[in-house]
Design a protein around this ligand. Structure first.
Ligand code: SAM
Length: 471
């Protein structure tokens, strides 16, 4: 029944295969020779199968877990250096016809005001985001064919890309909207989107159907097969995710990796990113009503395991997590984080963070400037780079750049140049000082001399007011 090449959800995410995987993992969780061989395979950057990674997830041997964390840290450094890509979510509309029991936007929630941004409001939100320094957005919307049809989403994307306020620009729009048709994915591709992101929420079909009792999202197969349709529509960067807390994490973890294996088997390229959201308190939603919440330690272990199992896949963490948790998992393999986020429709234009239409409580409420400074103080380079997809390095072309080891001659200078833009245009005095010293020191970490010289030249031009250099 299990077939990673099948296009049928129940066959590439086979329930029986997940149960067999969990049993195998449980049987082998103390099998140290096997665990050592799995860690050795991961060390060679060959990635891990869902079965192998599940054994490590089940393993409770502290020494081995420490080895896993060290390896995750090492692979993170090897493939992503010390760069962290920055983004912000932009909520377009909270109209929704679905009944997701964990989301405050569910259709029967009558106590939140329903709001949909007009194009003028999109403009104002984008100007506020540009004034913070953001270059990359993830747009978010509920599913509502009447209020938020694809034409509305496309119009918003056009508006977002068209706004050039002062030195600002949004150079990459990622899209997190409900599963849709191949035709609509093609339209999104034509609109110039970056990654199409869709969280599976849960891979457990029976739970999925209970958690999505009404609306089009109830259809498990349609939702689970969405990435195949997106790829058929020409989108080759897709982002997976599970909402941890809904079902058993070991089940979700195996399903997530099976999904990645399926994309690789069918399309020759795995997911561009994996997000790791955890269920949060929100209007009408109490996380305690759900039984499967995971501790910070298990959460960190999952992040480390994703890093070693799919070393070329970016990992995203949002402001659902606190500063302390983010600090821990960034080290273990996270490559993208949001900063200064507001999860309400129209939230960026407001002086004070509005909470009436918030999708979930934001734990990390610091400003983008504070997040940027914090990253730099920990030795990371906040990167506002959007070069890859603008240079056509998507899908397998991005993966080959990653695998070739050339990333340090490309992403590293791009990170420094976009950070420089941020420092010149948006940073506070203190952040700028720390950033300038960091750039100076990090120039030495560009391996090719020629690239280093070009980068220095571009940095000088940024000082003169020219923007948007990239390798
Ligand atoms: N409506 C789209 C869909 O159905 O896929 C996507 C947009 S939704 C705004 C983005 C994600 O927020 C959802 O996929 C879900 O995983 C997450 N989410 C919903 N309720 C949440 C909560 N209470 N806490 C944390 N994340 C939540």
């Amino acid at each position: 029944m299990y077939n990673p090449k099948s296009l049928k959800a129940e066959e590439f995410i086979s329930h029986e295969e997940i149960l067999a995987t969990l049993a195998y993992a449980e049987e082998n969780k103390d099998n140290l020779p096997l665990i050592d061989s799995i860690i050795a395979k991961a060390r060679e950057c060959k990635g891990l199968s869902h079965r192998e990674a599940s054994v490590l997830l089940a393993c409770e041997n502290e020494e081995k877990i420490k080895e896993l964390y060290d390896l995750a840290e090492e692979l993170k450094k090897r493939f992503y250096g010390n760069r962290i890509v920055m983004f912000a979510p932009l909520y377009l509309s909270n109209y929704c016809v679905n009944g997701c029991t964990y989301c405050p936007y569910h259709a029967v929630n009558k106590h939140i005001p329903r709001k949909k941004l007009t194009q003028e409001e999109v403009r104002n939100e984008v100007i506020a985001l540009q004034d913070m320094g953001h270059k990359r957005l993830a747009i978010e919307a509920g599913e509502d064919p009447v209020n938020n049809p694809i034409e509305y989403i496309l119009e918003c994307i056009d508006t977002i890309y068209s706004i050039k306020h002062k030195n600002g620009a949004i150079r990459r729009v990622n899209v997190n909207i409900a599963a849709t048709t191949v035709e609509n994915y093609r339209k999104l591709k034509e609109a110039g989107i970056g990654t199409y992101i869709l969280f599976q929420e849960t891979y457990h079909k029976e739970s999925y159907e209970k958690l999505h009792p009404t609306g089009p999202k109830h259809n498990y197969a349609y939702h689970t097969e969405a990435m195949d349709r997106a790829m058929e529509g020409g989108i080759d960067d897709v982002g997976l995710g599970v909402l941890f807390g809904l079902d058993l994490y070991k089940y979700e973890f195996a399903g997530l990796l099976m999904h990645a294996e399926h994309l690789e088997a069918v399309h020759g390229v795995g997911p561009h990113t994996i997000s790791v959201p955890r269920l949060k308190r929100a209007d009408d939603i109490n996380p305690d009503d759900f039984d499967n919440g995971i501790s910070d330690d298990i959460f960190a272990k999952i992040c480390a395991l994703i890093r070693v199992a799919v070393p070329y896949t970016g990992m995203i963490i949002s402001t659902r997590e606190s500063q302390a948790v983010r600090e821990k998992v960034i080290r273990l393999g996270v490559s993208q984080i949001s900063g200064g986020s507001r999860t309400s429709v129209g939230g960026y234009q407001e002086e004070i963070r509005p909470t009436d239409t918030e999708q979930f409580d934001v734990s990390d409420q610091r400003t983008l400037d504070e997040v940027v400074r914090w990253l730099m103080e920990m030795g990371y380079i906040p990167s506002f780079c959007t070069a890859c997809y603008r240079e056509g390095r998507t899908g397998d072309r991005f993966m080959s750049l990653c695998k070739s080891g050339q990333i340090q001659n490309c992403c590293h200078p791009n990170a420094l140049m976009t950070l420089k833009e941020y420092l010149m245009d948006y940073a506070s005095e203190e952040t700028r000082k720390i950033g300038e010293a960091l750039i100076e020191a990090e120039l030495d970490n560009i391996p090719k001399e020629k690239v280093r010289e070009i980068c220095k030249d571009h940095l000088a031009k940024i000082e003169e007011g020219i923007r948007d250099f990239r390798f």
